[in-house]
Design a protein around this ligand. Structure first.
Ligand code: NAP
Length: 312
């Protein structure tokens, strides 16, 4: 009996998408993007490449030479990639980092969808950021991307960081970079400590945790004292492993609206996908696949801790 023919997964017309970083094996982007590609029946394939720091220029030239449609960029290349691109869009220039590149007419164009992804997560949860006041905890890469995106639409952002000088540097940089925006948010900086939190939280609509506090495997701790949480109506944690951090648990118990970091991860990927392919991906499917991977990794870690053999 003749077996039914399945359409080939990859042909000579298949367009390539990728993610580059080092290390790269933990990236969830190939799983999320390939699920979205398959659901739409698009002729694309998304792969992961480990690219060492000293090979970044060659990798960019390779992407251009091979006509790759686009690629994501992760640690440690988000800042250094900018020197190898033909164009960087204004928001990514303000952030000073690129996480998504598209090949347009032979030119490598860089964009940063991390902050945009966070803003879309706010909107999805009925919290449009326009005109709102935010407290951003942390001053690293995630805080920079989110604060830069918020500068375009929010009313005010207070950046609270453990190392005040780093928070001040972020605020000074973004205030200067946002000078040409029509009505940029006002920005201020404070040290991340109980007294400043007690002063700032009653004045904001949304708190955004951009520190890794509470992240696997150091769960059960929160960057915010639980008794201060009722002062903030909405709490967003960029940490997505675990899905429900101690901060989000405390916030829910205090009656706040809570938003988890997985929504930002899915949305930054969805915005890149739309930019490359012109099609809107199934974000619920992308989230489902990401969730499945996170659960699998967790089970793997727990079995490892209990001395069971790792599944091959
Ligand atoms: P980063 O550049 O290393 O910055 C970390 C920030 O957290 C710094 O401001 C640091 O303060 C602060 N911090 C670290 N440990 C702290 C502690 N124990 N108490 C108080 N503050 C502390 O990191 P990043 O790239 O911004 O990433 C931060 C978090 O964002 C990670 O947990 C990551 O999972 C999450 N993230 C999520 C997404 C997403 O799509 N959901 C995307 C990117 C990042 P100092 O300046 O004082 O050192």
């Amino acid at each position: 009996m003749e077996r039914p023919q399945r359409p080939p997964l990859v042909t000579s017309r298949t367009a390539l998408l990728a993610v580059i970083g080092d290390p790269i094996e933990h990236s969830m982007s190939p799983i999320m993007h390939n699920a979205a590609i398959a659901a739409l029946g698009l002729d694309y394939l998304y792969v992961a490449f480990q690219v060492r720091r000293d090979a970044l220029r060659a990798a960019c030239e390779g992407m251009r030479a091979l006509g790759v449609r686009g690629f994501n960029v992760t640690i440690p290349h988000k800042v250094s990639i900018m020197a190898h691109l033909d164009e960087v869009v204004p928001l990514a220039r303000r952030v000073g980092a690129v996480n998504t590149v598209a090949l347009r007419d032979g030119r490598l164009v860089g964009r940063n969808t991390d902050g945009e992804g966070a803003l879309r997560a706010f909107r999805d949860h009925g919290v449009p950021p326009a005109g709102k006041r935010f407290a951003v905890l942390g001053a690293g890469g995630a805080a920079r991307a989110i604060t830069a995106a918020l500068s375009e639409t929010a009313e005010h952002v207070t950046v609270l960081n453990r190392t005040r000088a780093r928070g001040q540097a972020l605020v000074d940089h973004l205030a200067e970079a946002a000078r040409d925006l029509p009505s940029p948010a006002t920005l201020e900086c404070a040290e991340l400590k109980r007294e400043t939190l007690a002063r700032v939280l009653p004045t904001v609509d949304v708190v955004v945790n951009c520190t890794p506090v509470g992240m696997f495997p150091h769960e059960g701790v929160s960057v915010l004292p639980a008794d201060l949480l009722s002062a903030a109506p909405v709490v967003f944690d960029t940490v997505y492993n675990p899905l429900e951090t101690q901060l989000l648990r405390d916030a829910a118990a205090a009656g706040c609206t809570t938003i988890g970091g997985l929504d930002m991860l899915v949305n930054q990927g969805a915005i890149a996908f739309e930019w490359w392919t012109g099609s809107a991906p199934d974000r619920a499917l992308m989230k489902d696949r990401a969730l499945a991977v996170l659960r699998q990794r967790r089970q793997g870690h727990e079995s490892h801790q209990h001395g069971e053999a790792e599944p091959r």
